[in-house]
Ligand binder design. Structure first.
Ligand code: HAM
Length: 417
């Protein structure tokens, strides 16, 4: 009867990923690289729940209309509260900082690597769940803070093996944008259209951009890259002093969130096969006024794991998967298992990571399993090995065998690490 029932799909929910060990190993590599760089700059790690009250994303100040209206995962809990799976971390960290404003020391340097959820159409670089490094600095109005945040971003790229030619940091300014809007007396609707148009600039033909701009009554000359706003000029100068020269002013960088108030930036991949924004951020000086009258100023960025992986992939910078297990112990016959287990215990006591086969398959199949697990070395425990006390350690990639005594085994594997 049950065999006639339709079986469940083995696919994960649309737009989210399963992490098999090789994916998890890459994720761990991302995490450790993010952590090392952030901590080197004096940032400390925080974390929070994925659940937030829906209202956190609805205020005018925090709003990104598309995100709130079309992309949040929101539900009503059993107590009637409206709950959202966080689509980004910035409102959460602003809440946490506002909650402890008296205890925390400023400038405050915080980082986190949360998973965030957005109901987007899954496509290259975009999924419904991704992990996002958030690096944020609170309590400083200095443009040096904006510069530091961008320097952290550039250093992360370097730590992954990217060269300055591999990416470009494009910096814009909300201050400049707001003054332009005032100067042109754009209506609310025209402002929205103008900002959306700037955001789309690189995705549409230049002629279409120019025509729409003209319809809105914005002279193209006002968007000239030669008139760099002061705040961007200062940031570019300090970055250059730090040896970061792949940054440029780009007046079309505006970013989608209403909370940005100053310098905004996006990092672009320069590879022809992956020419897109990798990540971005900016200054947001009023977000904590959602919770309190007195604002705590902030600046930071969010960097997604999906776009980072694509970036590393097109350049051959993905690390090769190496499992933590260094040795597979196979057995010649089922009666040798207990000896294999004892040998494994001896070596584990010396910190060697070992998996043991239980001998319920042929030796050839045991070796096949070790290969599928990408375990680099294998030895067989059988009558001969037990009597002689010598084990042939086979390198599964080359087939080369090294005969080692029991006492030599541990040092052989520890020397590999
Ligand atoms: P965001 O531009 O919406 O900014 O997202 C930051 C980065 O997260 C994107 O550039 C991209 O790398 C990644 N990302 C966003 N959505 C997706 C998706 N659907 N799939 C995969 N990756 C995605 C923010 O979220 C701001 N809260 C960042 C920030 C922090 N600003 C200041 N501090």
């Amino acid at each position: 009867m049950s065999s006639k029932k339709e079986k469940l799909s083995v696919e994960p929910y649309k737009g989210v990923r399963d992490f098999y060990p090789e994916d998890q190993a890459f994720y761990n590599y991302l995490l450790s690289t993010y952590r090392q760089v952030a901590e080197r700059f004096g940032y400390v790690e925080y974390h929070a729940s994925v659940l937030e009250p829906a209202e956190l994303y609805k205020s005018k100040n925090a709003e990104n209309e598309e995100l709130v209206n079309e992309q949040t995962y929101t539900f009503v809990d059993r107590g009637g509260r409206e709950v959202t799976l966080r689509p980004e971390m910035t409102p959460t960290v602003a809440r946490m900082v506002a909650a402890r404003r008296r205890e925390l020391g400023f400038p405050l340097r915080f980082f986190s690597i949360p998973n965030v959820f957005r109901y987007e159409r899954p496509q290259r670089g975009r999924l419904r769940e991704h992990w996002q490094l958030n690096v944020d600095l609170f309590g400083s109005k200095s443009l040096t803070a904006d510069t530091e945040i961008i320097a952290v971003a550039a250093e992360i790229m370097r730590a992954f093996g990217a060269t300055p030619n591999d990416f470009e940091i494009r910096i814009g300014s909300r201050i400049f944008l707001d003054s332009l809007i005032t100067q042109l007396s754009l209506s609310d609707d025209a402002t929205k259209e103008f900002v959306a148009l700037l955001d789309r600039r690189r995705k549409i033909p230049a002629a279409e951009f120019d025509a729409t701009l003209a319809e809105l009554g914005v002279p193209l000359a006002l968007l000239s890259t030669s008139d760099t706003p002061d705040e961007v000029r200062v940031v570019l100068k300090t970055l250059a002093e730090l040896g970061i020269n792949n940054a440029v002013y780009d007046p079309s960088i505006v970013r989608g969130f209403a909370y940005y108030t100053g310098v905004v930036f996006e990092v672009f991949d320069t590879h022809p096969d992956n020419n897109r924004a990798l990540f971005g951020g900016g200054r947001y000086d009023n977000l904590t006024t959602l919770f309190d009258d007195e604002p705590i100023v902030g600046v930071g960025f969010g960097m997604g794991d999906v776009s980072m992986r694509n970036f590393l992939e097109v350049r051959g910078l993905l690390p090769v998967y190496v499992p933590p297990t260094k040795l597979y112990i196979a057995v010649a016959a089922p009666e040798d298992v207990s000896h294999a287990l004892m040998l494994a215990q001896e070596l584990r006591a010396q910190n060697v990571a070992i998996a043991v086969d239980f001998g319920d398959k042929k030796l050839a199949d045991q070796i096949k399993a070790a290969t599928k697990h990408h375990i680099p070395y294998l030895l067989v425990v059988g009558e001969n090995e037990i009597t002689s006390g010598t084990f042939a350690v086979r390198d599964l990639a080359t087939g080369k065998e090294t005969p080692l005594s029991r006492t030599e085994l541990a040092s052989f594997f520890l020397a590999l690490a």
